[in-house]
Ligand binder design. Sequence first.
Ligand code: MN
Length: 248
Amino acid sequence: MKNMIVGLSGSQRDFDNTGFIRDYVNKHYSDSIIKIGGTPIVLPLADDEETTSKYIDLIDGLILTGGDDVNPQLFQEESLPETQIPDPKRDTFDMLLIKYAIQKNIPILGVCRGMQLLNIYFGGSLYQDLKYNKEVYLKHLQGENSPHIPVHKVIPVKDSFLNKLFTDDLWVNSFHHQSIKEVGDSLQISAKSNDNVIEAVEYIDDNHFILGVQWHPEMMYSQGDNGDMKKLFQYFMDRLKQKKLNKI
Ligand code: MN
């Protein structure tokens, strides 16, 4: 069987203020997909239905990549001071990718912002900053020098998909200042941190594979975590293959 093609949702930025706007993803995503034996393709940001729908036709699986804050207007809130200036075009793009991936039964792995968008797509909301969640006491926004170093644990929720894959707690990295508040319809919580931050959600049955994780498995796996994070990517790739063979 040919390699599975995994679409990586792209961002746009004028990195050096020269007027040249670049389409890009962090290299950790493509490195991870290549390392696990798949074929990554970057999906350049587009905010129209036709292009995003065609993207989904090209791929076997979708990774919603991390990035800046989601516009709180999408969950009916005004911006609080800690929230970044929104990028409506990227929000629209990611929402359209989710819509067509679900419609066409393409498995989705949402990372960080990707998980938060999945939650909003299903009607959930976010804490715009972790300081508004009074239970938080762990380090959830680590420095950028060693992105693969785990800083806290996540505990799989009993009977969740994640708990079937991982019976023990997982050590993860953490790069977020926001987190899920209300969980969207159809989604189940699949892992929490010890200070009760929702760290993973899932919607998994015979017709859906939608998994969102608040940490960055791609930073860990591409930089040498060949344990739990490899297992997560391996499961994702196996799921794509099974679907391709029409077994699910
Ligand atoms: Mn965290």
